[in-house]
Write a protein that binds this ligand. Sequence first.
Ligand code: HEM
Length: 141
Amino acid sequence: MFEHVGGEATLRKMAEHFHEAVLGDELLGKLFRYGSSHHVDHLTAFLAEMLGGPRRYSEELGGFESIYRAHQGLGISDEQRDRFVELMLESADAVGLPADERFRTAFTRQIARAAGFSTRVSRGELDHFSAPYPELVAWEW
Ligand code: HEM
């Protein structure tokens, strides 16, 4: 799937597009406005790994610890979660990710799953030890 989408270059474009979109979004902007400049790069690495590409996010960028810490305490609402997923899918369209049904079905499901994970972490509903991180990145495509 990593190759099918056009590799890291396409995913970086998608992450850049997404980052711009959330910054300008009424529901999500305030969560990201004070964030760090590495969000685009880390999101690119995570998406690449999620799609079966290089394991840079887990091996070099902190993997589970980093993603857990980034969302802890954010108190993401259901509305914010749904908007996040919507903007991700819009960004996928904007940069021309493949439109075939097999890819889109799996991609949408996995983004929704990751959003569920981040939301539960953000509300303190998932502790460190029970959080299903491996399922997020080691996905069977
Ligand atoms: C459900 C709604 C979500 C919200 C509101 C949210 C919010 C955030 C915020 C505020 C940050 C910190 C940004 C920064 O450091 O500049 C962050 C980091 C991150 N998020 Fe999310 N997030 C959500 C869902 C997701 C999902 C679904 C994914 C994966 C597809 C994801 C992947 C990441 C990654 C990889 C980082 C960077 C962590 C690091 O620094 O290594 N997030 N998120």
